[in-house]
Design a protein around this ligand. Structure first.
Ligand SMILES: CC(C)(COP(=O)(O)OP(=O)(O)OC[C@H]1O[C@@H](n2cnc3c(N)ncnc32)[C@H](O)[C@@H]1OP(=O)(O)O)[C@@H](O)C(=O)NCCC(=O)NCCS
Length: 183
């Protein structure tokens, strides 16, 4: 599952969102620390809560460090960068991490409030699904607040099943079986 071969190398690419604007999507890295912090600071309190499932006023340094240094073996993370202004800005991010002891991975996705409803999260999640499939994962899960209708609808549209979380009535688990092409 963790083997890397040339077929699983990820090359940066441009995406166009529904209003015609273009973004660069690439893997996250050390150089994104300041940009990620700026993106976090611009998120609404609501968006922070739905993403982290906790009231987060600040992004702790340890989380920033971890977010910008995903383990190549067990994690994969993307940023979407708006390049239309002089200063490029991170306006979206998506990641998955391996669920220990299984062939599943768990995703999370966030889009800056100003970029909602343009199909960006859908595009990022599709890329995550493709990469996770090519890297041998068989299932992708997400833990989503029951009240997060935007995320639940998006997941359903991409084919995820949406079921109650056995341990927590405020959460739903969205699950997608991943199948390599030809299987
Ligand atoms: C949930 C979240 C990631 C969605 O991001 P987004 O980029 O706005 O999502 P999308 O644009 O792909 O989809 C949202 C809507 O746009 C619509 N849309 C997307 N692409 C479209 C297209 N090409 N044409 C028409 N409509 C489109 C979708 O139909 C969807 O509408 P719906 O709410 O009726 O389903 C975003 O709200 C967010 O970051 N929230 C805070 C963090 C969070 O909750 N993360 C999830 C926990 S992991």
């Amino acid at each position: 599952m963790q083997e890397r071969d040339p077929a699983t190398v990820f090359a940066p690419f441009n995406v166009t969102v529904r209003d015609g604007r273009e973004l660069l999507v690439r893997e996250i890295g050390e150089r994104d620390k300041a940009g990620l912090l700026a993106a976090f600071n611009q998120l609404s309190a609501d968006a922070r809560y739905t993403r982290f499932m906790a009231a987060m006023r600040q992004l702790p340094e340890a989380m920033l460090e971890q977010a910008t240094h995903p383990s190549p073996e067990h994690e994969f993370a993307l940023v979407a960068i708006a390049t239309e202004n002089d200063a490029p800005a991170i306006v979206g991010g998506a990641r998955y991490a391996a669920a220990p002891g299984s062939d599943a991975c768990e995703f999370a996705v966030t889009v800056s409030d100003d970029w909602h409803g343009l199909g960006l999260a859908s595009q990022l999640l599709r890329v995550l699904i493709d990469v996770a499939t090519r890297r041998g994962y068989r299932r992708m899960d997400g833990y989503v607040l029951s009240s997060n209708t935007a995320m639940r609808r998006l997941a359903k549209r991409l084919g995820f099943a949406d079921t109650p979380c056995p341990d927590d009535a405020t959460l739903r688990v969205v699950t997608l079986a991943l199948q390599a092409s030809g299987q």
